[in-house]
Design a binder for this molecule. Structure first.
Ligand code: FAD
Ligand code: SIN
Length: 530
């Protein structure tokens, strides 16, 4: 079954939806998304979007904060561009109906770790949900856009899938769409398009404990890697310092904006320990805070530290953080009176599919925007609330780029349909769930906040076995959601481990006890996997 449009968008978070709206001004758009439309990391974003709006703020401050948080591995020209285009994109979101929290005539601006100024535009503590709502309202009523829910993309279509194709050469790969499993109908469809956007988000579920919803299994990076795209900086996995202890899977996030509001981290003896680690205290960037918590926990043997908001005005706490207040109450914690037990959890993937300044990947006809991409903005550690910003800036630029370039080459007529001859409906479902858990556990134990050669070596030996096992199983078995995700999780775990082994220094989110220093002479550069 074939479906042909001008644009194929894979993913319906902020990146996919904002790009789709702009692309739809130029042609027809199909959005495929693996669950219901709103289910995305975007929908859970709490803190907000960073942008220079306050009268005491300036582009240079935001640029400096981003560079510093990123361990100076960020591409300066990208940082400057994103920061400067930020305010226009915030205005656009407001124009399409996003109801940001206001403070008198202007927008209320919060503060988060690593930011020298108040610049976080937000909708209370449910910013992502509000953005997703407004974008979906527009997208759903657009005549040029069709949305396909419960459609999970399996692989990108390239030269490799042409009937009678010769051996592909690395510098001339084209993408013409994707093979997509319609989960409800249990049939694989061929989605063809002149331009394809990967907007599949992050990979939090490579780890045992994560803030990410279940959709975040690294599918986009794995698909792009298999298709031959350049992948970079996968070792930089951001652990958010404060997720609610024992809140299930995914772990519930306690926004960094709570610390921006005045909350303080304490160990179980009640000591506010952050100044011992960094002069910026509780508002140091996330890599620093997560490592400090990890160190406190290892030293004490405790399972969690506390976040303390009790000294802040209770009514203001409730009105700034209604969602966090309610959710903690369900766990028996009144945050205005009780300490909040918190632990770090995997949160964000700074590396990904390499793009240029317009979101174009190294594969012709393929763009990547949002968390799946490595644009150069985040370097070794993403500054809080720069992710939603990056997604809206790049969606705009990618759509403009396609318009500038005009129509793409025609789609070849000899693209093969999905062929699953020789595969069976296997009964070995236990293999999928067992291997998935094994990957998550080994990544958590050996490739976490603090790494070492010994642990990474162990992780690599184990993941190599799992990758081989999954490859073999995949060849023999009809595709299912679980199998597609497992294959991608194994692939992405392998990429993270390989990148972490390659980087022989500590920078930003990659800290290894064997190379504890930052080495600017040899390592002020990206790790690259082709
Ligand atoms: P997502 O929003 O994750 O969307 C990905 C989409 O792709 C989903 O629709 C998914 O179903 C779909 N998909 C995935 N794989 C496939 C496939 N194989 N086939 C079809 N569809 C697929 N960032 C900030 O800047 N500010 C914040 O305040 C903030 N708070 C956060 C709070 C939480 C709890 C979390 C988890 C993240 C937060 N982040 C925040 C990070 C930010 O939300 C994400 O990085 C951003 O939303 C990513 O947007 P995206 O469009 O790239 O991906
Ligand atoms: C948060 O609200 O702490 C998350 C912000 C982010 O991930 O940028």
């Amino acid at each position: 079954m074939q479906n042909t449009t001008d644009f194929l968008v894979i993913g319906s978070g902020i990146a996919g939806l904002s790009y789709a709206l702009k692309a739809a001004e130029q042609g027809t758009v199909a959005i495929v998304t693996k669950k219901e439309t709103a289910e995305s990391n975007t929908n859970y974003a709490q803190g907000g979007i960073a942008a220079v709006i306050g009268s005491d703020d300036a582009f240079q401050f935001h640029i400096d904060d981003t560079m510093k948080a990123g361990g100076y591995l960020c591409r300066r020209e990208v940082v400057e561009m994103v920061v400067k285009e930020g305010p226009a994109r915030i205005k656009e979101l407001t124009d399409i109906g996003v109801q940001f929290t206001r403070n008198g005539p202007g927008l209320d601006l919060g503060r988060e770790g690593g930011h020298s100024h108040h610049r976080i535009v937000h909708a209370a503590d449910l910013t992502g949900k509000e953005i997703e709502r407004a974008l979906l309202a527009r997208v759903s009523s657009h005549p040029n856009i069709s949305i396909f829910e419960n459609h999970i993309s399996i692989d990108l279509i390239t030269e490799h899938h042409l009937f009678g194709a010769g051996k592909r050469s690395h510098d001339s790969i084209h993408c013409w769409g994707a093979y997509v499993l319609d989960v409800d109908a249990n049939v694989v469809k061929t989605f063809l398009a002149g331009t394809t956007l990967l907007a599949t988000g992050g990979a939090g579920h490579v780890y045992l404990h994560t803030t990410n919803p279940l959709i975040a299994t690294g599918d986009g990076v794995a698909m792009a890697y298999r298709a031959g795209a350049k992948i970079s900086n996968m070792e930089f996995i951001q652990f958010h310092p404060t997720t609610l202890f024992n809140s299930g899977s995914p772990s519930f996030l306690i926004s960094e904006a709570v610390r921006g509001f005045g909350a303080v981290l304490r160990n179980r003896q009640g000591v506010d320990f952050m100044r011992k680690y960094d002069s910026r205290g509780d508002l140091a960037p996330r890599d620093v805070v997560a490592r400090a918590i990890d160190s406190e926990l290892k030293r004490s043997g405790d399972e969690f530290v506390y976040l303390d908001v009790r000294h802040c005005d209770a009514a203001k706490t409730r009105s700034h953080f209604p969602n966090i207040y309610e959710r903690c109450l369900k766990h028996g914690i009144d945050i205005t009176k009780d300490l909040i037990p918190v632990v770090p959890g995997a949160h964000y993937s700074c590396g990904g599919v390499v793009t240029d300044v317009d979101g174009a990947t190294t594969i012709n006809g393929l763009f990547a925007i949002g968390e799946v991409a490595m644009t150069g903005l985040h370097g070794a550690n993403r500054l809080a609330s720069n992710s939603l910003l990056e997604a809206v800036v790049y969606s705009h630029r990618a759509a403009e780029r396609v318009q500038r370039n005009g129509r793409r080459d025609p789609i070849p007529g000899n693209i093969l349909d999905w062929d699953d001859s020789g595969t069976n409906n296997s009964e070995e479902w236990v293999l999928i769930s067992h291997n998935r858990k094994e990957i998550q556990q080994l990544m958590w134990d050996y490739v976490g906040i603090v790494r070492s050669n010994h642990r990474l070596g162990r992780a690599q030996r184990r993941i190599t076995l799992i990758v081989d096992e999954v490859k073999d199983f995949y060849k023999r078995t009809k595709v299912s959601e679980g199998l597609i995700e497992l294959r991608n999780l194994a692939c992405v775990a392998d990429l993270i481990i390989r990148s972490a082994i390659e980087r022989k220094e500590s920078r930003g989110l990659h800290f290894t006890t064997d190379h504890p220093e930052t080495d600017d002479t040899n390592w002020l550069r990206d790790t690259v996997i082709n």
